[in-house]
Each structure stands twice: as C-alpha cells, then as structure tokens.
Design a protein around this ligand. Structure first.
Ligand code: ADP
Length: 248
C-alpha cells in the first residue's frame, strides 16, 4: 500500500514552511512583452506564467465575429518543459478545458459590448507548473488585459484553497494538490463582489467547503492588492522615464 505523505506537521506547518492560511510568495509584473498589446508575468511559489493579450482587433476568420460584442478567445498552454515529465506540446483535453474556464472567468469583467465585431486574444503560457496554474493564469491574464487598456468592470483575482491531511489550506502547491483531499479554485472581482470561477475537485463536507471558499476569497483579496501594485509600478516607471526625458 502507498505510504501517506504528511502534508501538515503537529504545529500546523506545511511542507514548504507555510501556515494554513498563507499564500506562496508572489511576484507580479505588468507590461513585460513589447510585441503584445498587454502582458503580465506571475511567479507564485514555483509557478512561472506569462500572459499576453492582443486586441481588440479584427476577427479572423471573419464569420466568427459577433454583432453585439467582442469575441474573447483564450489559449492556456503548458510548455513541454513546465513539468518534470516532458509534456506533449499538442493541446491536451485538460488544456482545452482550462482555456474555456479561464475565458468564462474573465468574460464577466470585460466591457465586451464596447467592441462589437472585434476579437480579444489571450495567451497564457505556463513556463513552470507547481499546482494552481489556472488561478495564477487568471490573475496574470486580468493584469495583462488591464495593461492592454481594455476597459473592465474590475480586475479578476484568482486563488485556490483546499484540504490536505485533514486541514483546510490556502493556495495548494503541486504536492498538496496531488496528495490532498480537495481543491477549490475561485476567481473573484472584489470591488463588484462577483465570483467568475468556482470549481471543486475532491470531497468536502458543506462546512469544509464554506471554509475553503471563504479562505480562497480572502486569498483573492490579497492577490488583488498585488495586481493593483503591479499596475501602479508600471505607470510610475513610465512617468519617471517621461520626466527624465523632459529634463534632458
Ligand atoms: P491547476 O494547475 O490549475 O491546479 P490541475 O489541478 O489540473 O490544474 O493540475 C495541478 C498540477 O498538476 C499542475 O499545476 C501541474 O503542476 C501538474 N500537472 C498538470 N498537468 C501535468 C502533466 N501533464 N504532467 C505533469 N504534471 C502536470
């Protein structure tokens, strides 16, 4: 029989040294790619993910254009070197599903009706994966959309919570995701109080689910603050560069 790995020790500390309600270290940067209309990069623990946005632009093929709103297209892709066993570069069923759920979690945030007959194309490239890539991908994607200047009702922050070793934990890493009992990814727009993604993998009692959901929302709020900081940092850098050029 497979021996069960201990994921939380007697003092409540996880294998990576975190407390149950602690996020992994997060680094977020906006405007990292010069050839995309908007872009962002996130590191969340060992996850490394790039998001790039093009548009609103003409739709090809043209028959896909919608008369009353922009068409949002999303491709979530894991690089072959993003996991320990080389992943086939061909789109897997998982990547097709994640592309759809990520698109659906972002659609409610964007004023798509302002850009009829156009397309907004979003690319999420997972360079290194360590659990929770769909939520980290959504966090980076909404920062990239904001960086592209696409009008949004709110930024979408995403985070998962789950259960491992009988404990409700925030922001599961790959080991906790694989060895744990459940995972609840959530995408949330704090200033309009709207949930755009809610999934559950595994088993939880109704009470555990409520606890995990509330913890994930708390994680989203903390990530939202980091997204705003990343946007501000980009515009502050531009302002400083303009001022410096003006002084010369
Ligand atoms: P998420 O990344 O959103 O948590 P999953 O629950 O499907 O999505 O995947 C959990 C983790 O499993 C991923 O973050 C990644 O670390 C790992 N993983 C996913 N696909 C593969 C794969 N093809 N090979 C190895 N590891 C994978």
């Amino acid at each position: 029989m497979k021996e069960k790995i201990r994921l939380v020790d007697d003092s409540g500390i996880r294998t990576d040294g975190r407390k149950p309600d602690e996020l992994r270290p997060i680094k977020l940067e906006a405007g990292v790619l010069s050839n995309a209309d908007g872009s962002a990069y996130i590191e969340q623990g060992k996850n490394k993910i790039l998001a790039a946005v093009y548009g609103p632009r003409e739709v090809h093929p043209r028959h896909l254009a919608l008369p009353d709103r922009a068409l949002l297209r999303c491709r979530y892709h894991m690089a072959p070197f993003s996991v320990q066993e080389r992943k086939s570069p061909a789109p897997s069923r998982r990547e097709i599903e994640l592309s759809k759920v990520i698109r659906e979690s972002l659609e409610p945030a964007i004023f798509l009706e302002r850009f009829p007959r156009t397309a907004i194309d979003l690319f999420i490239e997972v360079l290194q994966a360590d659990g929770g890539t769909r939520v980290a991908g959504i966090t980076a994607a909404s920062l990239a959309l904001a960086d592209a200047g696409i009008p949004m009702k709110d930024m979408v922050a995403a985070c998962a919570a789950g259960k491992a070793d009988g404990h409700i934990l925030l922001d599961l890493n790959d080991l906790e995701d694989k060895e744990g009992e459940a995972d609840v990814p959530v995408a949330y727009m704090p200033s309009i109080n709207r949930v755009g993604l809610l999934q559950m993998d595994g088993q939880l009692t109704p009470e555990e689910f409520e606890k995990a959901f509330n913890l994930a929302i708390e994680g989203c709020k903390r990530i939202y603050a980091l997204q705003k900081e990343a946007l501000k940092a980009k515009y502050l850098a531009i302002k400083e560069a303009v001022e410096e050029a003006g002084q010369k």
